[in-house]
Structures are given as C-alpha cells and as structure tokens.
Design a binder for this molecule. Structure first.
Ligand SMILES: [Zn+2]
Ligand SMILES: [Zn+2]
Length: 336
C-alpha cells in the first residue's frame, strides 16, 4: 500500500514559528518587568522581629514524597510531602504530586509503608500552589489540594496556605487559613509568610517556608520548591528571628544541567521555575551564589530535595558542605 504524504505549506510553518517567537518575547518582557517589580517590593518589605515565638525541644523531618527513596519499596515522584514532628505536633508539609491520579496515591502508599496514620496529622502546611505540592494538575488548576484521588478521612484540621486554596472533594474536612504575613502557628512553629517571585510563564508565585525554633540550636527552615531563592528566604528569616539558622532542608530549585520529570527533551522545571527567560536561565553562578549565602549563616545541617534540583547541583552543594550534608530521601527520617 502506498503511503499518503501530507505536505505542510512552508508558509504555515513560518506563521507558527513567528507566533511562538512572539509569544516567548512577550513572556520574556513580562518576566523582566515582573522580576524588577517583585525585587523592588521585597526590598521595601520590612517585618518586625516576631515576639514570643516559643520553641520546641524535639524535631524530626520524614520525607514521604520526593524524587529519591531509601529503598525501592517506597514510591518516588518529582514532588514533595514531608512529615514534620515538632514535640507533639505533627505537620504534613505539602501533599505530593500524584501525577498518575492514583488512589491510593503514592503519598498514601508511602504513609502506610512508613507507618504514618492520617489521624497522626494535626495540621497541613502548603508551601505554594504548584502541581508537585498540591497532589495533582487538576488540583492546581482548580485551586485545590488532594492527598489522593479517592476519599481520604481527615478531620477539621487547619491547613496553612500562602494563597487562597480549597480542600478537594476527596478530603473535605480540613479548614484552610491563608497566611498573608509571617505568623506564629504554634509555639516554636512559624510561617515566614509568603515570599513572592515572578516566574517565567506562570507569573507571580507566593511561597511560604516552615520555620521551627529548635531550643538550644536555632531556626530550622523547611522549604518546598525554593522559588523565592534561598538568599531571599535567609533574608526573611533574619528579619523575623534573633536565633541563628541551624538547618536548611528541602527544595532550592536548581534544575541546572538536568531536571526531573522532563517532558520529552524539555526541562520543564528549568523553563518555568526561575524569574528569567530560559535562554538566560539558572546556571552555575546561581548555584555558587546560593552556596555563599548559606555558608555565611554557618548552618549545621543541609539536606536538599532532589525533586527540583539536578544531580549536578546537589553534588555541588554536597561538595561545599561535606560536614553539614545529609541525603534527603523518602523514608529516611532526619532527627535534628
Ligand atoms: Zn516543587
Ligand atoms: Zn514550585
């Protein structure tokens, strides 16, 4: 049988290419303007030191969802969900990706394998409203979050979010409170408040960081994607706290020389996760700048998420912080 060859007119291809280039140039000019505006806003933003933040005596962070796992029985995803146990308060920070729209979700499967019960969770802390932290693409589009794509029994526990958010039909119990500024949630448990950044293609993104005041040691920062940049996160922490920064845990968003969950050859995290057009994207100098910013704080523990940083970037941080480095893997509990 003869194959039918469909010829696409050269003129049509040229029109499509011009349209794509025009779109990217418009987006590039928007991100340039947005970056300047957001940086000016952050330079003007001043919060007083938080009074009476209280402290906690014991702290652990158990990654339940991330890109690497302690053993192959645990599910992995380019997403985040961490169980933070601060004295007798248990916080679920972010609810994973669930890219396959599964029920039970990888989050629920790993919770079961790690002997974590839904009834253990006292509160949910959502770092920012991205697909890999809200439990799915549908959730992100609808401004919702889901622990799974089927019924999940959660009580009327509080959810702390940096922007308006609703629980999905699958987990309708929790009550969302939007935090628009730095807030003491419970003794020793603090939200830095939203730190904005204007990202290419997606626009202004508010991200909050979970800060815990560990008695005798200092502030532990647990970060979702790290879009605001670690430099801005440290700046906010120093504005709010007298205590030194003791540990930095979580995502810093460095998909440099590689990414996670690529769409074919396209490194999606590289394109959408920074406040620059991709042809001026994140590079080695950005990683080294972040390393210097962290080094100045003389932290004791650095444990970075592989969900939004490449092996190359993680290796560079690891080499710079040989004594402070702890691998971040699903199932590996970090005792602080
Ligand atoms: Zn992320
Ligand atoms: Zn993100």
């Amino acid at each position: 049988m003869r194959k039918k060859i469909v010829l696409i007119p050269a003129g049509f291809i040229a029109v499509i290419l011009v349209a794509i280039i025009a779109f990217l140039l418009v987006k590039a000019s928007q991100v340039n303007a947005g970056r300047e505006e957001t940086n000016a806003l952050l330079d003007r933003t001043v919060f007083p030191k938080l009074a009476n933040i209280g402290s906690i005596n014991t702290l652990s962070v158990l990654p339940i969802i991330d890109f690497l796992a302690e053993n192959e029985d645990l599910r992995t995803e380019p997403g985040v969900s961490y169980l933070v146990r601060a004295d007798d308060t248990t916080i679920l920070m972010d609810v994973g990706y669930n890219a396959g729209e599964e029920h039970p979700s990888p989050l629920l499967q790993n919770m079961k394998a790690l002997n974590v019960k839904l009834s253990d969770i006292d509160m949910i802390f959502i770092s920012h409203l991205h697909v890999d932290h809200l439990g799915g693409m549908r959730e992100m589009k609808k401004g919702e979050f889901s622990l799974s794509r089927g019924p999940v029994k959660l009580g009327e526990i509080p959810v702390y979010a940096p922007s308006p958010l609703r629980p999905s039909e699958w987990n309708s119990g929790p009550k969302v409170r939007v935090l628009s500024e730095p807030t003491v949630i419970a003794p020793g448990i603090v939200s830095t408040g939203p730190i904005p950044r204007f990202l290419f293609l997606v626009g202004k993104t508010d991200e909050q960081v979970l800060a815990l005041n560990l008695k005798g040691k200092g502030i532990v920062l647990v970060i979702g994607c790290g879009h605001p940049t670690v430099e801005r996160i440290i700046q906010r922490a120093k504005m709010l706290f007298d205590q030194p920064i003791y540990a930095v845990i979580g995502g810093l968003h460095f998909p440099v020389k590689g990414g996670r969950g690529n769409l074919g050859p396209i490194n999606v995290q590289y394109i959408v996760g920074a406040d620059r057009a991709p042809w001026r994207g994140l590079d080695e100098a950005d990683v080294d700048h972040a390393i210097e910013a962290i080094r100045k704080e003389r932290i004791s523990i650095l444990s970075l998420s592989p969900h939004d940083s490449s092996d190359w970037s993680l290796e560079r941080f690891h080499r710079a912080f040989q004594n402070e480095w702890v691998d971040l893997k699903v199932g590996k509990e970090l005792l602080l």
